[in-house]
Design a protein around this ligand. Structure first.
Ligand SMILES: [Fe+2]
Length: 389
């Protein structure tokens, strides 16, 4: 059994939102959703039935990459509305925003909000109910107990059991409406999350099981899903990205994600694409790492096993082939992995990028990197190993 009881899955499952809202005893719903994607994805069809069972306040005033400057007005509005349930319908940003609103409900002052975010304190509980329905496949945010939020360009992670939803609605139909680029970038995020989860220092038997299962669904489906989406590929991507989310819920992400936030902020590259830009380099570097390069306490055989799982998932026999297969996949779904093509051109650019990944953020990466080594990795051309196949 892959799907847990608190996950309602199926084509058209979104139409069950009113029923779930009733089950959860909610009468006043704060709906967090994308401005255009809510209509475009077909999710808006649920509104008439939802408004028959609850008073619904819709809020879409936030930009991608959740920012405290958007969160604060949302929290103030929550104070006026007094919802008993927060319903997040959308991509990773909408779901993260729904989670953040639940985490910080009752906080309406900027200084207090920033202080709470910066404290890194665990969010142990929440008052409103929480129901999440992803419309992309995906960030897997609906499966994790953490959310990202920025304060003045600095990235923070908010985490705790209070960020887990009561119920998840997983409806593959919703993800079919996005653009090709949108499907590519969210789909490759899920693939990257599963790969990073396999080699993460925080990986466990269970997280590796979810990650492997995720890759078995995602990799055979992603090209069809991006280039000529079908119901079958959408189903595989919806479950696969949810399972990848469950994997990183345990293991957390690693270096490619740590670097991606700066790429997104400075160069405007969408999240999944930003992660993919460096993932290939890390596949190769993690594959050739010697025992002295590994984080202390990590056994070489444990790491070698993780890398074998990565190669097997990508249908490769060695790190260079694995990198090349990943690069080829990205190309076929329309994503360039050449850093200069997104604006990361000069040595100063790569050095700056390497410097953004500080020790703490890289602590979950199996291989240790100095800033210089990281900059070197970023200077390697994306298709360096293209001829090795
Ligand atoms: Fe991600």
């Amino acid at each position: 059994v892959v799907i847990r009881r608190d996950v309602r899955y199926g084509m058209g499952a979104l139409l069950r939102v009113p029923q779930v809202v009733t089950e959860l005893g909610a009468r006043r719903v704060f709906l967090v959703c994308g401005r255009r994607s809510f209509e475009a994805s077909g999710a808006a069809r649920v509104m008439p039935a939802l408004e028959r069972v609850a008073e619904v306040h819709r809020w879409s005033d936030f930009a991608p990459n959740t920012d405290s400057a958007d969160l604060l007005p949302g929290l103030r509005l929550m104070e006026d509305v007094g919802p008993d349930l927060v319903l997040g319908i959308g991509g990773g940003s909408a779901m993260d925003m729904a989670k953040l609103l639940c985490a910080f409900v009752g906080t309406t002052g900027q200084d207090k909000l920033h202080e709470l975010i910066r404290s890194g304190e665990t969010v142990t509980s929440r008052t409103p109910g929480m129901l999440l329905a992803p419309t992309t496949s995906g960030s897997g945010s609906e499966a994790t107990h953490f959310a990202v939020v920025y304060i003045d360009g600095d990235k923070f992670s908010v985490a705790g059991p209070g960020l887990r939803p009561d119920v998840v609605i997983l409806d593959p139909v919703l993800s079919l409406s996005g653009s090709r680029h949108q499907r590519a970038t969210s789909g490759i995020d899920a693939v990257a999350q599963a790969i990073e989860s396999l080699w993460a220092v925080g990986a466990t038997e269970e997280s590796r099981r979810w990650a492997r299962h995720a890759l078995r669904l995602l990799l055979p489906a992603i090209e069809t899903y991006v280039n000529e989406p079908t119901d079958v590929s959408a189903r595989a991507m919806a479950i696969g990205s949810h399972l990848a989310g469950r994997a990183i819920d345990i293991s957390k992400t690693t270096a490619p994600h740590a670097l991606s936030y700066a790429i997104t902020k400075r160069y405007g590259v969408s999240h999944g694409h930003a992660v993919a830009l460096t993932l290939g380099g890390f596949i190769a570097a993690h594959g050739r790492a010697g025992s002295g390069d590994l984080r202390p306490g990590l056994s070489p055989s444990h790491h070698a096993h993780a890398m074998d799982l990565v190669y097997a998932a990508l249908g490769a026999g060695n790190p260079h082939q694995a990198r090349s297969h990943f690069t080829g996949l990205a190309r076929r779904i329309g994503l360039t992995l050449r850093l200069p093509e997104v604006g990361i051109v000069t040595a100063a650019d790569t050095e700056w990028l390497a410097s953004t990944a500080n020790g703490e953020r890289l602590a979950n990466n199996p291989v240790m990197f100095t800033t210089e080594r990281l900059a070197g990795l970023l200077r390697e051309p994306a298709d360096a190993s293209q001829g090795v196949e």
